[in-house]
Write a protein that binds this ligand. Structure first.
Ligand code: PEP
Ligand code: MN
Length: 369
């Protein structure tokens, strides 16, 4: 089952150094020289875990699919020469066997594997009885339960040191991202498992070097445990993900610039405690106002029913959206937020009134059955 945060491998690594966990290394191991050269430079930056993929899931056949088992020897050399823990992606049980035979310290499950519970279960079985820490990337599609399910399958197989990697979600919409972050999904994951370390992968979210710093900072501001950043000595010549990899020197600058938020002190805690009590009271007032509003909606619903009037009155709603947005603007509340909130309130009001208007209909239906 889930290990307490303080005892989790990933948390311990970052806590020892009092800074976020830094996982870095090339998308793919390509040659012995490339791997060792990158590792030497990353060691100087005090990176915590060296990453490199050797089995690469690629959309199209015929593209570079990784160097395979040969790359394991290079990772072993990194471990021996620089004392850096090494990590690689596993997608099949035989990958796990091979990686463990080569003393790989940390494994990760890729986004294309997390989507498939059959595959995840097979990996979980192969991990049973081992003590290797495992990081689980979110599935390519924005599905919280698939991500949570993969993590739970590992816990159920006895894997205690689990971390999640947020690498964004694929989308058809043109956006500035390669994979849209949809931050609410990792936030919900943290809500489900408060002890689970979460690492942000700005390389796969952003898909370009410029976005790595802001996405990493956003992750840290959301109390993520660390970052996973693809690093290559000569990014433009990389055999995979060339557009998003950065040099070790660029990584060094980014790690320098990242603002690490401090732990709250007693004065902060007591200040926020007072404000939170006020927030609790404000929330109570919001719910009371909603309750008052719903009772009025019900009254109108009864009247509509008696007089055979349609539930939806588009003109009324149009004016509600306009006025509420304007009121929000006047009171320094984001009008778009107010509009979204009123979409929800609108839906709920229609649901309540439809129930009232259709009450006899449902009664008749049940009587006929
Ligand atoms: C990777 O980390 O290189 C990788 C293949 O990532 P993802 O599974 O997030 O696409
Ligand atoms: Mn990659």
């Amino acid at each position: 089952m889930e290990r307490k945060k303080e005892r989790n491998y990933f948390h311990q690594l970052s806590k020892l150094r009092r800074r976020p966990l830094a996982v870095a290394g090339p998308c793919s191991a390509e040659t012995r020289e490339q791997v060792l050269d990158t590792a030497r430079q990353l060691k100087e930056l005090q990176v915590d875990i060296f990453r490199a993929g050797v089995w690469k899931p690629r959309s199209k056949p015929g593209t570079f699919e990784g160097v395979g088992t040969e790359g394991m020897k290079w990772l072993q050399e990194v471990r021996q020469t620089y004392g850096l823990p090494v990590a690689t992606e596993v997608a099949k049980p035989h990958h796990i066997e091979t990686a463990l035979r080569h003393n790989i310290d940390v494994l990760w499950i890729g986004a294309r594997t997390t989507v498939n519970p059959f595959d995840v279960q097979e990996l979980a079985e192969a991990l049973r009885g081992t003590h290797v820490p495992v990081m689980v990337k979110n599935p390519v599609n924005p599905d919280l339960s698939l991500w949570a399910g993969a993590i739970e399958r590992l816990w159920a197989a006895g894997v205690q040191d689990v971390a999640a990697i947020h690498r964004g979600f694929s989308t058809y919409e043109p956006t500035q991202y390669r994979n849209v972050p949809l931050w609410q999904i990792p936030i919900q994951l943290k809500g489900l498992y408060p002890h689970l370390p979460v690492v942000v992968d700005p390389s796969h979210i952003g898909g370009k070097p410029d976005l790595i710093l802001p996405i990493s900072q956003k992750g840290l501001d959301l109390d993520f445990e660390g970052v996973m950043i693809e690093t290559h000595p000569n990014p433009t010549a990389a055999l995979s993900d060339a557009e998003q990899q950065i040099t070790p020197a660029a990584l060094g600058e980014i790690l320098e610039k990242l603002q690490v938020r401090s732990l709250p002190d007693a004065a902060f805690i007591s200040r926020t405690e007072q404000l939170r009590q006020k927030i609790d009271r404000a929330d109570r007032e919001i719910i009371e106002a909603l309750a008052r509003r719903m009772r009025l909606v019900e009254k109108i619903g009864e009247d509509k029913k008696e007089n055979n009037i349609a539930v939806l009155q588009p003109d009324r709603w149009k004016s509600i959206f306009e006025t509420r947005k304007e009121w929000a603007r006047q009171m320094q509340v984001n009008p778009e937020f107010a509009a979204e909130l009123y979409e929800l309130i609108h839906l709920e009001s229609i649901r309540v009134q439809t129930e009232i208007v259709e009450a006899d209909l449902t009664k008749n239906l049940t009587a006929e059955q």
